[in-house]
Ligand binder design. Structure first.
Ligand SMILES: Cc1cc2nc3c(=O)[nH]c(=O)nc-3n(C[C@H](O)[C@H](O)[C@H](O)COP(=O)(O)OP(=O)(O)OC[C@H]3O[C@@H](n4cnc5c(N)ncnc54)[C@H](O)[C@@H]3O)c2cc1C
Ligand code: FES
Ligand code: FES
Length: 1338
């Protein structure tokens, strides 16, 4: 059938079920995904958009199907963003709304994640819930391993995962188990774990109150679908959309005919390759063939030599099949089965494996496919069919032709894949190394097979394949030739490494970069295989020589254990009703877990609403020579285009005297700069319109990208600052040793799970606008919209219900987007919605500033640091934004915990042609302090002393003064230090680490303990203010409004607690609806860890006013109830509405005098982390983390511990994983979760203990608490320094001592290369300057 013919045919009716309800679609568009159908058509907005490419899990749903072959019903989790609607014919979909609701009954999964404090901003929560729900449908009592596997593909940017895992853990059989696998003996084995939490200690939640899981309560599979599946004579189904058609044949014969007639039409199975290609690369397939109903593609046939597996089987099915077969056969026959199963366990996420097919993986022919190298090494073959008949093709080096291409002809279909049994004397290995342990494509992946002559170590046959080493899966044929006929020993292998090095060469500018690392991995993974096979030969008594214990290779530990969260009881005198100081659940937690919580893009569309899509620059520095929108305007659905000329008011925002254009008019200064916006009736139309806009450029010379470039060309944003105490120059002359070093810190993408979202609605008269914006600063948004539209601020109301994560990224950048959206709403007089795609968001909105640090340090041989001169260059990008303030904050924290008598700092914001960077949790401190702590580490290395001793020697002690002459007491910081050493058992574990390192050549452990002293509040004094408005209604219910935005930090929950204490009523009577500029005007940003301090005082003030107004009534009616007092007050004409205000401290910094009081107080903390590092691959695992924080008296320990854990994990990401990569022409490569890895559940420290320092008081903030949002992020660097410690141990094996350079993030690549193993040392480094690297080193 040609596509023309299919277009002529009437489309069929699509029929499936959602949450037990039948859905029929007469005109199902093949381009529609389940996600957009749920959100836009059915208004089931609980399922979220986070990335659109299967990489974040926010859109997870459960799909149930009757399997035609087995007649069983399967339930599996899947990413709704990749599921084509047309694929769902005959399926039952369950979304978060379908499993429970606050109106009826919440599901135990929803309850437990919520009550265990597993949600903060809540945007990831429905996805988490659904992954866990799908697991429980298949296994009501899962193991911890099942849970971590199920959640591996669900990203959370807020919580640090520990509470989510703890909530889910309550479903485990071993829920009460201590899970000890390191320290004490596991309680299940009759042992006693000494770290088991003591029950008299306060707990964050009480699992006794949880609803039991009752599987009989779940939705059943719709009988109608069973009948449909069993109906005789299934027919071909055709669905036709605006641009493409979808045909689903019912038989193999028909499939073959279809493919013969339409060889170019892809076969869509899981859509995990075709879907992202269409979405992100704009590839359009006019016809898609969906063979999911062809039963032959799912058949499994066992043969004497192996098993034929249907190409349509999902990767999950293949894995379960292999796992089922393994115990049924002798071990020696299942080598390939086990290797494949191991590889499958780490391939993608559960959601991906549940839908991705075996045939699809093979035929996608990814260069770094995890399966192809193993299948090829294992002598697998495929059976292909076309009109001309069937043939078998070996999966060997000739099978993979080029990127994404195989020798299978376009008209052929892979029907099944043969996976052979292994023979006696045959061994198969599979290894992979990826930027993140789970849910990540490999950097290098390999399959290896060796076959020995009977009873000997002489190699009869060998095959080695790699992925990630070129455009296809590659065979190391020459290396194999160097091994075959030789004994499997050191001599053979060392020759093989040399051949391999020559055979698999990557050019220094190879796509994907990491050239040295990838080459070294080919060697070290072969070495791993060598050792593994030696061990097996030994077990089978083929060889007798023992491998020294130290040389053995064992996997990194992975079992997550129970962690401790220690906080203080409230005082015995505190009333039971008073919630302050108690671990109260986030007030929206149940809304998050049920999907009922409304985010900006969940607001229903109003009639005539338009969607806005942006056109951005593809050049880093160029004149705009033309902007042709004519083609875009001709496209279906496109209504208008907004350019700078349409802006009625201010076209630019001015900060520090620099102008930032909303839309570029004549010149662009970075890739991703916004040029114009296309408005259309749907998202898809707007995006197609944006893609059709043609922009002419004339490149301008010499773009500046790196900080070095900027320094050389003196390209800075002013002001640049310097600070000095003592006399640094003179002090250098008096010290025993002087050392100079450099440290580079990469930037960090905010990766809030909810991308930038806004909706601007013209109210219809007097140029009034309602702006619903996901922002941390509603007032700034209001003011900026007013200036842009040239109207007074009183015509703009900015509403913020909740924000799905912000971390500093939803202040200035959001404002610009909101201004553009408001121009569109003003111009068209229609509501306009703008929700950025993940890739656009990452491209346009900037990130944390990368920093280049240089230092000179003078110290005494006893460890005292006497002088330091530190310079930090922050890469600000193309506009000033808040960069000079970031640089200032870096300078103000240069001393961290150390009393360095002569300290000079210089910080500058570099102006470059990269997208403009902005605020990010910590505001420069995490970058600046990493430079400082690296300097301290160098001193320790030079003195050959443990770094903690150098830290301790140099700490502030007694009454102290900072380098900007601010007096403070470091007492609580020193208490945190001592407490952390005790709690983490630091000294004993240091000894154990040393011993471990003595006993292991290829794995090393490392430990570090790091302090933080973090200044709280805004150093610009005027921002330290807040206001609140509290209404008491006649029925006694209370509505609180304040200036802070709920961004996941639990601010509204804490404000509810404050109001509850002050009014002496239960929190259930208090409601917080939204943050709005019409209720509380002139607010400050929810930032600088100051939200609770400021807004808490304002709410307290308003509530106290009301409480006092009610006092006479209470006196008159002492036995009355709250409701009766309110009634009386109303009747007596007492105002039941009050405002509250907080005038914060007068903070300032005088840069000329180099002194000031820029902070209200300090939050202190100390963190100790231990890691285990695989020196051959750079892979690591945080074995344990202990954090002691001084946060005064916590207003809400569960919220605060959540902030601590979440910030730590974000820091762990910053310092060890997250890498922004730019092309040599300034284009951000890393524009989604596939390329940019944030920590996932596999990165949580195996033991993650948090202790709040007892007996701490803070007179400067509400109820003696302290701000905690930002400080802990820096403590993630403890993992970085632990890795560095482990690397140092590895280097000492190679005879290397003293300071060495390890930049941040310490990715597996950097850690592995720094280990200087015999393998990395074999790789010749590319000569700088002789080639253009794939990515810039910004
Ligand atoms: C987020 C994410 C993470 C991933 N992580 C990994 C990873 O870690 N390791 C890894 O190896 N892969 C990974 N993948 C890739 C994934 O495994 C493949 O995309 C998947 O296996 C392809 O199968 P599919 O059924 O979805 O293919 P589809 O997208 O449906 O089809 C892909 C291609 O295969 C062809 N095709 C499919 N079936 C047949 C057949 N029977 N005969 C002939 N041609 C056929 C189609 O014509 C099409 O060209 C990841 C993918 C995503 C989206
Ligand atoms: S939105 Fe589907 S996985 Fe991210
Ligand atoms: S709570 Fe998980 S992303 Fe915010």
């Amino acid at each position: 059938m040609s596509s023309k013919m299919s277009a002529e045919k009437e489309g069929d009716r699509l029929c499936f079920f959602i949450n037990g309800r039948k859905v029929t679609e007469n005109n199902a568009d093949p381009e529609t995904t389940l996600l957009s159908f749920l959100r836009e058509k059915l208004r089931l907005t609980g399922t979220k958009y986070g990335c659109g490419g299967g990489g974040c899990g926010a859109c997870t749903v459960m799909v149930s199907r009757l399997q035609p072959a087995t007649k069983t019903i399967t339930h599996y989790s899947a990413n709704a963003c990749l599921l084509p609607l047309c694929q769902l014919h005959g399926a039952a979909v369950t979304t978060v709304e379908g499993i429970g609701s606050t109106k009826t009954r919440i599901h135990p999964v929803q309850e437990r994640i919520a009550k265990a404090h597993g949600s903060q901003c809540g945007f990831c929560t429905p996805g988490m819930v659904m992954s866990m729900y799908a697991l429980l449908r298949n296994k009501p009592q899962p193991t911890m391993e099942d849970i971590t596997q199920a959640l591996a593909g669900n990203l959370c940017r807020c919580t640090g995962y520990r509470p989510i895992v703890d909530g889910c853990r309550t479903f485990c059989q071993e829920a009460n188990c201590c899970q000890a696998n390191g320290g004490g003996e596991c309680c299940l084995n009759g042992g006693q774990n000494t770290d088991e939490p003591e029950h008299e200690e306060p707990q964050l939640f009480d699992k006794e109150e949880f609803l039991p899981l009752d599987p009989t309560q779940e939705l059943i599979f719709p009988p109608e679908l069973i009948l449909m599946a069993e109906a005789a004579n299934p027919k071909t189904l055709t669905f036709r959309g605006e641009r493409m058609s979808w045909v689903s044949p019912a038989s193999l014969e028909e499939l073959v005919q279809l493919k013969t007639r339409n060889p170019k039409a892809p076969l869509v199975m899981g859509n995990t390759n075709i879907g992202p290609d269409m979405k992100f690369k704009g590839i359009l397939h006019p016809l898609i063939i969906s063979p999911t109903r062809v039963t032959e593609l799912f058949e499994v046939t066992q043969m004497p030599q192996g098993v034929w597996v249907g190409a349509g089987c999902s990767l999950t099915e293949v894995r379960s099949l292999l796992e089922k077969l393994v115990p049924q056969f002798p071990e020696e026959e299942t080598e390939l089965f086990r290797a494949l199963s191991r590889q499958l366990g780490n391939l993608g996420s559960q959601q991906i494996r549940n839908v991705a097919s075996l045939g699809g993986n093979i035929m996608s022919a990814y260069p770094n496919s995890d399966l192809n190298p193993v299948l090829a090494a294992g002598n697998s073959k495929v059976s292909v069919l076309c009109d001309g008949g069937r043939r078998e093709l070996p999966l060997n080096r000739d099978f993979f032709v080029s990127f994404g291409k195989t020798i299978v002809k376009p008209e052929e279909i892979v029907v099944s894949v043969f996976i052979p049994f292994s023979r006696q004397g045959e061994f198969v290995g599979a290894f992979r190394q990826a930027p993140r342990k789970e849910s990540s494509f490999s950097t290098v992946t390999t399959g290896m097979r060796v076959f020995f002559s009977e009873g000997s170590r002489v190699v009869q046959d060998v095959s080695i394949y790699y992925g990630g080493m070129g455009p296809t899966t590659v065979s190391a044929t020459k290396t194999c030739a160097a091994i075959v006929t030789r004994p499997w020993d050191d001599e053979t292998l060392s020759r093989a490494y040399d051949v391999l090095l020559d055979e698999l060469v990557l050019p220094p500018s190879a796509p994907g970069g990491k050239v040295e690392f990838r080459r070294s991995l080919t060697l070290s993974l072969l070495f791993k295989f060598y050792l593994e096979v030696l061990q097996k030969l030994r077990e089978r008594n083929v060889i007798t020589d023992e491998l020294p214990e130290k040389m053995q290779i064992r996997p990194l530990p992975r079992e997550i254990q129970l962690s401790l969260q220690e906080f203080q009881h409230v005082s015995k005198d505190q009333s039971d009703q008073d919630p302050v100081g108690r671990p109260i659940m986030h007030r929206s937690a149940l809304g998050h877990a049920t999907g009922e919580a409304v985010y900006c893009d969940d607001i229903p569309a109003t009639g005539g609403e338009l969607f806005l899509a942006l056109v951005t620059s593809s050049r880093a520095h160029a004149k705009i020579t033309g902007l042709d929108v004519s083609e875009a305007l001709r496209l279906p659905g496109v209504v208008d285009v907004v350019t700078a000329k349409d802006i009625p008011g201010q076209k630019a925002r001015t900060i520090f005297g620099y102008e930032e254009e909303l839309l570029a008019e004549t010149e662009v200064s970075c890739v991703g700069q916004m040029l114009c916006a296309v408005l259309a009736d749907t998202r898809a139309h707007a995006r197609r319109g944006a893609a059709a806009v043609k922009v002419g450029y004339e490149d301008l010379p010499d773009p500046v990208f790196t900080s070095e470039d900027a320094v050389e060309k003196s390209s800075f944003f002013e002001p640049r600052r310097t600070i000095e105490r003592g006399n640094v120059t003179r002090a250098f002359e008096t010290v025993d040793q002087v050392h100079e070093g450099e440290f580079r810190m990469g930037g960090q993408e905010h990766f809030y799970m909810e991308t930038q979202s806004m909706l601007v609605v013209p109210v219809g008269e007097e140029t009034e606008f309602d702006a619903y914006v996901s922002t941390q600063w509603p007032t700034l948004t209001q003011d900026a919209i007013a200036e842009t539209l040239s109207i007074p601020s009183n015509r703009v109301t900015c509403h913020v219900k909740r924000v799905g994560g912000a971390f500093g990224g939803k202040v200035t950048k959001t404002v610009i987007l909101a201004c553009i959206t408001s121009v569109a709403a003003w111009k068209t007089n229609r509501a306009v919605r703008c929700v950025l795609e993940r890739g656009e968001d990452m491209l346009i909105t900037g990130a944390r500033h990368p920093v280049l640090g240089k230092y000179k340090v003078g110290f005494m041989n006893d460890g005292r640091i006497v002088a330091a001169d530190i310079q930090c260059y922050a890469n600000a990008g193309n506009t000033v934004d808040e960069s000079p303030l970031v640089a200032e904050k870096i300078l103000l924290h240069f001393d961290n915990a150390y009393d360095i008598p002569n300290l000079r700092g210089h910080a500058a914001a570099c102006r470059t042609n990269l997208p403009s960077n902005t605020a990010f949790r910590g505001f420069g401190v995490p970058q600046g302090l990493a430079v400082v702590e690296n300097m301290v580490d160098d001193v320790a290395a030079l003195l050959r002393r443990p770094a903690d001793q150098i830290r301790e020697i140099n700490m502030y002690k007694g009454p102290s003064v900072t380098h900007y002459k601010f007096e403070f007491s470091p007492e609580n910081m020193l208490r945190c230090w001592e407490e952390c050493k005790v709690k983490s058992d630091y000294d004993a574990r240091r000894g154990a680490v040393h011993q471990f390192n003595q006993q292991n050549r290829w794995k090393k452990r490392g430990m570090s303990i790091i302090p933080i002293k973090f200044g709280i509040a805004f150093s610009e004094g005027f921002l330290n203010q807040a206001a609140a408005l509290v209404h008491i209604y006649k029925d006694g219910s209370v509505l609180v409004a304040h200036g802070g935005a709920e961004i996941g930090q639990g601010l509204h929950t804490k404000m509810q607690q404050v109001a509850s204490r002050e009014l002496q009523i239960p929190p259930s009577k208090i409601y917080i609806s939204e943050t709005s500029t019409s209720t509380v005007p002139n607010t400050c940003p929810s930032a600088a860890s100051f939200g609770t301090d400021a807004n808490g005082m304002a709410v307290k003030d308003a509530c106290q006013t009301l409480y006092q107004r009610l006092e006479p009534i209470r006196q008159k009616h002492p036995k009355g109830s709250w409701e009766s007092w309110v009634q009386h007050a109303f009747l007596e004409r007492i105002s039941l509405s009050a405002t509250g205000f907080y005038r914060g401290p007068d903070l300032y910094m005088d840069w000329d005098k180099m002194e000031g009081q820029p902070y209200a107080y300090f939050t202190f903390g100390v963190c100790c982390s231990e890691v285990e590092l695989d020196c051959l691959t750079g892979d690591y695992r945080t074995v344990r983390t202990d954090i002691v924080m001084d946060i005064g008296r916590s207003v809400n320990p569960s919220v605060d511990i959540g902030q601590i854990e979440g910030a730590f994990m974000q820091g762990l990401g910053l310092y060890t994983m997250e890498e922004l990569k730019f092309s040599p022409s300034g284009l951000l490569y890393t524009r989604g979760p596939s390329q940019y890895k944030i920590p996932a559940v596999c990165d949580v420290p195996l033991r993650f203990n948090v202790y709040l320092l007892p007996d701490s008081h803070n007179p400067h903030a509400i109820y003696s608490s302290k701000g905690i949002g930002e400080p802990v992020l820096f403590l993630g660097s403890s993992v970085f320094f632990a890795i560095k410690d482990a690397v140092a141990a590895a280097r000492s094996e190679s005879g290397l001592a003293g300071p060495f350079s390890l930049d941040s993030p310490a990715t597996p690549e950097r850690a592995c290369l720094a280990c200087a193993s015999p393998f990395t040392q074999k790789i010749p480094a590319g000569k700088p300057g002789s080639f253009t690297p794939w990515a810039l080193n910004i």
